[in-house]
Design a protein around this ligand. Structure first.
Ligand SMILES: *Cc1c(COP(=O)(O)O)cnc(C)c1O
Length: 373
């Protein structure tokens, strides 16, 4: 009997669950603004919790999405022809190398489902994006979590962790939530050293923000490295997180396999239109980078003034260390109307991740933080 839900019968779902799913904890998203409004009756809330673009969506993307709404009685183009053609032109790659996803989370899952069986191992780093262990466990495969070095990916240790059972390695460059990155030379050497039975996914969700010289996107390497998959997204710099569009670039044979497990209409009509238009919105992207550069400097100066340490980041977020448990600071900031992101689930219990906001949002955060401390 299920009294809690007012149902007449119980349901022993846990006993029926697939073994990998049974032990899974759901992804913990940043707290939505509306939820905090409901809980504390607060208004004028600042959310710096999900690495969203503080400038909002690309205006060109938004206009295209609005226009596309008139067409939503029809299914989307399942091949995403227009968007793939636009990406192909923009990136100088063949359309057959592009697989579209319902956000890049979708793409990460597609790779895992296409290539990983329960008997296989998947290698990723400590403090790496939590979706990697999630998709691994959901399949029932074994995750191999390699200890970080200075909060970042230790490529030598990751290479050493790759064995006969390894089918997939996930790398985020830059990584979320640490903002750390691996340089072009070391990454290329790592990828070239991989045995032929390993697919490598390099997740470049924040690539548009990177302005560091020694960093290079590995997108141009797909031509020479047939088992490399590069994942990108419209959720961050393009400001389209709510529409869910991401993509993978890979050898066409790899793309073909991902397409076999892809839902046929995984990207919606407005999402396809918005991403297509946002791709050409250079002005929005330039402003986004500018605001991020200034905001990062503002946050770093403020944190320094408060005597705090942070992990140097090349993304649109920074992970800050505290002398007290991060959860306490997080709760106190919520009461000030500021939402940041706890990262205890990433093995960082005395850190919090803060997204770079507008100048006013960053100031609100720093003021709230100084009161809380
Ligand atoms: C935000 C993020 C993504 C993007 O997720 P979407 O599904 O595209 O919204 C992917 N990888 C990392 C490391 C991220 O931080």
């Amino acid at each position: 009997m299920d009294t809690k839900h007012g149902l007449g019968v119980g349901c022993d779902a846990l006993a029926l669950a697939a073994p990998g799913v049974r032990g899974l904890s759901p992804y913990q998203p940043g707290k939505p603004v509306e939820e905090l409004e409901r809980e504390l009756g607060l208004h004028d809330i600042v959310k710096l919790a999900s690495n969203e673009n503080p400038l909002g969506p690309s205006p060109l993307g938004l206009a295209a999405a609005r226009e596309a709404l008139a067409e939503v009685a029809r299914y989307p183009d399942g091949s995403g022809f227009e968007l793939r053609a636009a990406l192909s032109r923009k990136l100088g790659i063949a359309p057959e190398t592009i697989t579209l996803g319902n956000g890049s989370n979708d793409v990460l899952e597609l790779v895992a489902r296409a290539f990983v069986s329960p008997a296989d191992e998947v290698v990723y780093a400590e403090h790496a994006f939590i979706v990697y262990p999630l998709v691994t466990q959901a399949i029932g495969a074994r995750g191999v979590c390699v200890p970080a070095r200075d909060f970042g990916h230790d490529l030598d240790a990751m290479r050493a962790a790759i064995g006969p059972a390894t089918r997939l390695v996930f790398l985020a460059n830059p990584n979320n939530p640490t903002g750390t990155w691996v340089g072009a030379v070391a990454l290329r050497r790592f990828l070239e050293s991989l045995p032929d039975h390993v697919i490598a996914v390099v997740d470049e969700a924040y690539v548009e923000y990177v302005e560091t010289d020694a960093y290079a996107s590995c997108l141009p390497w797909v031509a020479a490295l047939p088992r490399l998959v590069v994942a990108r997204t419209f959720s961050k710099a393009y400001g389209l997180a709510g529409l869910r569009v991401g993509y993978a670039v890979s050898h066409p044979d790899v793309a073909d396999l991902m397409n076999r497990v892809r839902q046929p209409f995984n990207v919606t009509v407005p999402a396809l239109a918005a991403a297509r238009a946002a791709l050409d919105d250079e002005a929005h992207l330039a402003r986004t980078r500018e605001v991020n550069r200034a905001g990062m400097a503002q946050l770093e100066a403020g944190l320094r003034a408060l005597g705090l340490d942070w992990i140097p980041s090349i993304g649109n977020f920074v992970t800050v260390g505290f002398p007290r448990p991060g959860a306490e600071i997080y709760q106190a900031l919520l009461r000030e109307g500021v939402i940041v992101r706890p990262v205890a689930g990433y093995g960082l219990p005395s850190h919090l991740r803060v997204t770079v906001g507008t100048e006013a949002e960053n100031a609100r955060f720093l003021e709230a933080l100084s009161r809380v401390l």
